[in-house]
Each structure stands twice: as C-alpha cells, then as structure tokens.
Design a protein around this ligand. Structure first.
Ligand code: EPZ
Length: 460
C-alpha cells in the first residue's frame, strides 16, 4: 500500500503535509478493451546471439542527474522502455527540454524553474524520486510524491530524506546546501544516488559512508565527474564529494544492463541451451556466473564484452543441472533483481534449494505464479525451499500473472521450459524494464508472441 503525500522540502525544518489516498501500487491502468499478454510455447531450445540493451537503472539515475547540469547532456544507448518514458515526462514536467532519437536522449535543464514534479508520472516509477537530490541542490526545495515502482516490499525513502535533512541542517540561514557527514543505516542504492547528486552541488566536502557499491552508482559518479563534479570512492562503501557551484552537461554511453544480461544467461540455463550475448561487463555478473557454473553450466568469455553460456546436456551426460542455494544481498552479493529468475531455474534442476531474499521484505509473489505452472515451492516469509524436477516440480503451461518486473521475467523463463502453452497477463510490468524482449527471444528461436485478449477472458 502506498500513501501519497506532498513532501515540501525547504530550508526551514522539514515539513510534511499529507493528503492520504490509499491505492494498491500494482494497480496499473488497464486498457479497457484489450489485455495484452505474452503467449509462450515450450519447451524451447535457444541458440544464437543476443544484444544486451543499456541499463534501465543507470539510465534512470543519469537522467535525474541531468538536472544538476547546465547546458545539454547527451546519453547514448538508453533503452526504449516505459520507465524511461515516465522519467522523461518527469523531467519535461519540471521544464527540461528532452529529446529522444535512435536510442539517445538529449536533456537540457536550463529551463527548469519548477520544483513540483508531475505526481502521476512519479507514481509509476521508483527512480523518479531520485530527482529530489538535484532539485534540493538547485532550488532548496522539491515537491514530490512517494515513488511507485515494483510492489516488492515497504520501500521507504527515509534515508533519502534524512540524508538531505542532515546535509541541510548546516544551511538553514544561507542559500544552498553545505556539505556534511552522513552514514547510511543501509547501503540503499537510491539514497546513495540521491545524496551523491545533492552533495555534488553543495558547498564544501560531504562524506557519505556505508553507501551502495552497485555498478549503477559507479555509472552515476562517472557521469557526474565528467560533468565537472568531484566524487571519489564510487564502488567502495565511502564517498568523498567536493561540491561544485556548477556542473555542465556532458556525453555518456549507458553501460549494458547487467540484470537483462543475467536474465538471458538464466534463459540459456533453464532451456539447456547455448547462447552468446554482448555487450556484457563480466565483473558485474560474477555472482551469477559462479552460481550457474556451480550448477553445471559452462560460461566462457568470447571477447572482452561477449559471454557464451552453455547448459547443453552433453556437458553433463546422464545428469542434469544441480540445485544451489542463494541469498540476495547488496552488490557484490547476489542481486535481488535476479532472485525470481533463479527460482524458475531451480525448479528444473535436480535436488532442492534454499532461496533467501534479504534486500526486500516482500519479494516472493512470483512463487505462487510458478506454482500454477507446476513448480513445487515452499515459501516461508522471505525464504523459500525450491524443489527440483526430481522432487516434484514439473513445469506445464498455464495462465499466470506478472505481479512485478522481475517476477514477470521469471514467468517468461518458466514458460520457455514448460511443456505446452503459457499465457502471461499484466505484461506492462515486464515491458517497464525489458526492451523488445519478445523479438529478442524470437531471434533466439523461442516460440513467443505478444497478443491481446478481450478483457473479459483476461485474468485481471
Ligand atoms: C534500486 O532500488 C533498483 N531500482 C532496484 O531495481 C533494485 O532492486 C534495488 O536498487 C536494489 O539493488 C532502481 O535503481 C530504479 P534500495 P532502490 O534503496 O533504490 C530499504 C528493478 O527490478 N530502504 O537499495 O529502491 C528498502 O526498503 C528494481 O530494476 C530504506 O529502508 O533500492 C529496501 O529494503 C527493483 N530506506 C532496501 O533498502 C530508504 O530510504 C534496498 O532498497 C531506502 C531504501
């Protein structure tokens, strides 16, 4: 459940005024007549090469950071997905000039004069909240809604605000931010990114400790430094930021999406296939590579940015992929955004596995959808025992619902391995974060299509 509230951040002590509106976060606008679905015929065997798109989460952070820059920023390799469109609308609603063409986005935020964000757009995505950093830094104020995004747990924003409040405290009577010291209670990706942007334009030095080390944080720091900021320590648990009064728009190529790459690596494993993919930054996928190798997959680096993943049965004659346990944790630990996809794979391995989710407090809803496909999974709070194909799991096509982005991806993977036809509803969740996923899978030989059903027969 989410509370919508206007948060007015001003030089004076923090003021919160709320108009309570209770809404179910995953309530996405329905096309009145048609219900778009994915239809998958399995089991599939994949082959060939896949091109990985630019990172959704890096793009969202860098687009927010263009608000810190005067002049024009040019981002290359930006994925064409609905989350990015929502972010572009948020920037435009503030007065930024946003143009997108051929996978590029050009943003000029000189015209930004508003501090009130388009609340409707902000309720669609989590990343929209990250704009409070630049807005507070530039204007001393921001009017935002509590963010939307995947319904995978409580997802508070206290660290974003307390961080800002802390940095703020020193400036009550002067214009603009002044640096400070702040230790995050938890290495939150979003809070690290928001505070990094705010501190980049604060007066003096800011020291942020226990910060997130995710690659997306490193990408943001690189873009801000190219725009004139002074950020040291990105990728470690401490950031030292020397604030600058002005940053200037710069050009940047968005790094490949490590979660999309991970999803396709698991697609190769679950279909016992061999595919290659690029561009990939192997060091950003090392945890997954270790786990898939432990299961029996063969992962080889074809060149600097190309990986081949093979799970063809010849690799383990008379045997099959073995089960393994995972516990999600902040980078470089096992990414929570690959937990649902791994759960699908584990239902096809031999043996049983323990899956523990430690980052979000409610990221198991895909398990009950996988059970509809014949998976045997025992959920207990934030952990689950996944029984393999020799322990009662046997995937067969059925009708299922995508309840969030990565949960939806796990259903596609299960559908590729299941016998018969799988129908996935509420695919808008999946299309938020995967660019052209149907075409990419078709190019690998999967029998998948995007079709629409009259609403009456949908599973809404
Ligand atoms: C980012 O979300 C990603 N989203 C998520 O990806 C990803 O799962 C997550 O980082 C972890 O890697 C974007 O970058 C847009 P967090 P974010 O703040 O920033 C708690 C996907 O599928 N927390 O690191 O929201 C929070 O409740 C999405 O692409 C606080 O308590 O993640 C959670 O339990 C899903 N207070 C934990 O920290 C705060 O102020 C991790 O959240 C902030 C967070």
């Amino acid at each position: 459940m989410a509370l919508f509230c206007n948060i007015i951040i001003s030089p004076k002590p923090f003021v919160l005024s709320c108009s309570y509106q209770k809404t179910h976060l995953s309530k996405t606008p329905q096309n009145t007549k048609q219900d778009p679905i994915f239809k998958i015929k399995g089991p599939a065997t994949l082959s060939g090469h896949i091109t990985i798109s630019g990172s959704k989460n890096s793009s969202l952070a860098l687009l927010a950071a263009t608000l810190c820059c005067s002049g024009t920023s040019l981002l290359h390799n930006v994925p064409n997905i609905s989350d990015i469109q929502a972010m572009a609308s948020i920037l435009s609603s503030l007065g930024a000039k946003v143009e997108s063409f051929d996978g590029k986005m050009m943003v000029n935020s000189d015209g930004v004069g508003k501090v009130e964000v388009d609340l409707e757009e902000m309720r669609k995505i989590r990343g929209g909240f990250f704009v409070i950093g630049p807005l507070v830094a530039r204007f001393g104020e921001a009017v935002v809604a509590l963010p939307g995004g995947c319904n995978i747990g409580k997802r508070p924003v206290d660290l974003h605000l307390r961080g800002d409040g802390k940095v703020w405290a020193h400036t009550a009577n002067v214009k603009g931010l002044v640096g400070g010291r702040f230790r995050l209670d938890y290495p939150s990706v979003g809070a690290t990114e928001t505070l990094m942007m705010a501190a980049s334009m604060a007066d003096g030095i800011t020291l942020l400790s226990n910060v997130a080390k995710e690659p997306e944080v490193v990408d943001l720091a690189r873009f801000l430094n190219d725009s004139g900021a002074s950020i040291e320590g990105a990728g470690s648990d401490t950031l030292v930021i020397r604030g600058k009064s002005q940053l200037y728009g710069s050009e940047c190529v968005i790094r490949p999406d490590r979660i999309e790459a991970g999803t396709f690596m698991i697609a190769a494993a679950i279909t016992r296939s061999c595919i290659s993919m690029s561009p990939v930054i192997p060091s950003r996928a090392s945890c997954l590579i270790d786990k898939l190798s432990e299961a029996g997959c063969k992962i080889s680096q074809v060149d600097q940015h190309t990986l081949r993943v093979s799970a063809v049965p010849a690799l383990y004659p008379g045997d099959d992929l073995k089960s393994f346990g995972i516990k999600t944790s902040p980078f470089p630990g096992f990414p929570t955004d690959l937990q649902p996809q791994i759960m699908s794979l584990l239902t096809t391995c031999t043996g049983s596995s323990l899956v523990e989710e430690s980052v979000f407090d409610n990221r198991m809803s895909h398990a009950r959808e996988l059970q509809k496909l014949g998976a045997r999974i025992q959920v207990n709070g934030n952990s689950a025992i996944v029984f393999g194909k020799d322990k009662g799991s046997s995937l067969c096509g059925s009708r299922v619902i995508a309840r969030d982005l990565r949960g939806g991806a796990s259903l596609i993977l299960a559908g590729l391995a299941a016998k018969g036809t799988t129908e996935i509803h509420k695919i808008e969740h999946i299309e938020r974060g995967y660019e052209n996923i149907v075409t990419k899978l078709q190019n690998l030989g999967a029998d998948i299509e995007r079709s629409t059903l009259p609403l009456l027969s949908s599973l809404v």
